[in-house]
Design a binder for this molecule. Structure first.
Ligand code: TRP
Length: 331
């Protein structure tokens, strides 16, 4: 039997090149080696979007289109909607008793996000506790591998603490899990900031049209001291080269461009035009498939429905085992 992996995204916006490099490419590859469940985490998205239900609702479909457009194959991967699996909510309730408030407040990933959002003490309880529901996501499928970025490490650590506590109290039911880190370091935003992110407004989305992609690349942060074409330019910290490293399969060509840039005589505009070609080669077919999918939302919904039914079956089996171990099966 293939090992189970679980991954997912919060549907708070369309997916971008950072997702593509950090996780989507990985998932397309991994789906053949593992039994892969991909969750659209709409419940988790609501933990900091209670007042924006429409945003979450609409982005469930957008994210599903992104998944399918990049080549996640619903015949081999199970794509599902978190809120369709109430078993996850029930597990979360039980796990909530295995975690202290102090431990929740210590989670570095959550702390970071709370700071970004300026929550202070007014954090929604559900947001503070989302690592508990994430432990439920993972254990519902007994997933032993979670492909994710570094920011997810503290959450997985907390998941394993819950698993160990559960197993100690109720018997060895839940397998521990581990992160499979993506091999590509995080992609900077077009402004050169360390991370591409929708909220920072520095992202190139898979759904962006060709003209928008060109505009964004032409705005990209390079070397601020590279004023004249003939000037020697700096490659380190230059966003265009970070993208070429990430997306151009022709490593020799990238090496030569870097040498040329350092020597002087290679202008930013020419370099960006080349990057645009490289990115367009990747995005054009994705965009085309995505457009077809958005014209056929019934089919996308059908895929999500089927996936959710499959996922529910697996989660229900785990929940039954969990309840029985906890002495909660009476009839
Ligand atoms: N926390 C993840 C994110 O913010 C989304 C997520 C929810 C997830 N449940 C998960 C990822 C389970 C992996 C496994 O992107």
């Amino acid at each position: 039997m293939k090992q189970v992996i679980l991954t997912g995204d919060r549907p708070t916006g369309c997916l971008h090149l950072g997702h593509f490099i950090g996780s989507l490419q990985n998932r397309v590859r991994l789906q053949h080696e593992y039994q892969q469940f991909i969750m659209i985490a709409n419940w988790q998205a609501l933990t900091d979007n209670a007042e924006n239900p429409d945003k979450v609702k609409n982005n469930v479909l957008e994210v599903a289109c992104d998944y399918l457009a990049v080549g996640i194959d619903p015949q081999v991967s199970t794509i599902f909607i978190q809120s369709e699996i109430p078993e996850i909510a029930e597990l979360t309730g039980y796990y909530m008793n295995l975690v202290t408030l102090a431990r929740l407040e210590r989670n570095p990933t959550v702390k970071n996000e709370m700071q970004q959002k300026g929550y202070g003490n007014n954090v929604p309880a559900g947001f503070l506790a989302y690592p508990v529901s994430q432990a439920a996501d993972i254990t519902a499928f007994k997933a032993q591998i979670v492909p994710a970025g570094e920011d997810q490490l503290p959450i997985i650590e907390q998941t394993n603490e819950i698993i160990r506590k559960f197993n100690t109290l109720y018997g060895n039911i839940l397998p521990e899990t581990k992160v499979l880190l993506s091999s590509v370091a995080r992609l900077p935003g077009i402004d050169g900031k360390t991370k591409m992110s929708k909220s920072l407004g520095n992202a190139i989305f898979l759904s962006d049209g060709s003209d928008i992609v060109r505009q964004k690349i032409m705005m990209m942060y390079t070397d601020p001291n590279h004023l004249k074409v003939s000037d020697p330019g700096q490659v380190e910290g230059n966003t265009v080269f970070a993208y070429l490293d990430a997306f151009d399969a022709d490593k020799q060509k990238v090496f030569e461009l870097k040498e040329h840039y350092k020597r002087g005589g290679l202008g930013d505009v020419a370099l960006k035009k080349y990057l645009f070609e490289v990115i367009e080669n990747i995005l054009a077919p994705i965009r085309k498939r995505r457009l077809e999918l958005t014209k056929n939302t019934d089919e996308v919904l059908n895929i999500l429905h089927k996936g959710s039914l499959q996922a529910k079956e697996v989660a229900a089996t785990t929940l039954k085992e969990v309840k029985s171990a906890m002495g909660l099966s009476y009839f």
